[in-house]
Design a protein around this ligand. Sequence first.
Ligand code: SF4
Length: 73
Amino acid sequence: MAKIIHYRNKCIGCGICFELQPELWRMSMKDGKATLLKSTEKKDIFILPIGDNILQQSREVAKACPVNIIKIQ
Ligand code: SF4
């Protein structure tokens, strides 16, 4: 199964991920960074397994992140 990996500490809070995929992302009111919903955290890296139905869309989101901190594995 593919996974979205989010290196959250390097997020600049541009909001593009949330704009493109609001069902998976929220912008934090606390620190202004993006939060990957329902992900699990390990050492500041957030991981969410995803189904094939949203794989292509997630790849586009990863490509659109200006600081390249969303990866699909
Ligand atoms: S697109 Fe990248 S930099 Fe912009 S809010 Fe999302 S994770 Fe952060």
